[in-house]
Design a protein around this ligand. Sequence first.
Ligand code: CA
Length: 229
Amino acid sequence: MNKPSILVVEDEPSIAEVVSLYLQRAGYEVTVLGDGLLALEWLSEHDPDLVVLDLMLPQVDGLEITRWLRSNRETPIIMLTARREETDRILGLEMGADDYVVKPFSPRELVSRVKAVLRRTRGATEAASEQPLQFEGLIIDPKTRLVAVRGEEKALTAREFDLLWWMARHPRQVFSRNQLLDRVWGVSEYIDPSTVTVHIRRLREKLEADPSNPRYIHTVWGVGYKFEP
Ligand code: CA
């Protein structure tokens, strides 16, 4: 089996170097680029298994790259962000980035995030042998990873699909945000639980006729979320 390939886009040489070193040691094929424009050019010709993306970059910033990736690919994205970039971080998650780490971070933490995301992507491939789930007005097909809502196909990001798939396979079961991080993201210790909130909101916007009065994904106050079949 080929080594999974990772693109690291980071303009700070010392960070790029240590990230690249740790990822290579963990068994990944790593490409490092220090400029957003170069990254977009490179991505138009290559399809890595995952992108580690700094938000503040010369030429083209990380949010722009996230936007481009989301309209063209399902490649998982882990953002590298500074503490003061909270607004951009939330924007990045809204656009479909999978996770983020806040600088300064430990390279080990980043490696464990990368592993978790790739494990989940592989888990998604295994789900492809399962049958579609059908509910009133909603069909979820793990083979094609397509969702039809009231007869209309909806485009979900990889993570949104995995979250919906997990909840729909466990109807009426209540999951806390940390449980969802553990089951769907594959890791819970480093990720902010508000990541789940953002994904739930995006799912509702795509699935629900009235997102403020949801039919499928219900909030159980003080506990978490459940899927109503
Ligand atoms: Ca930077």
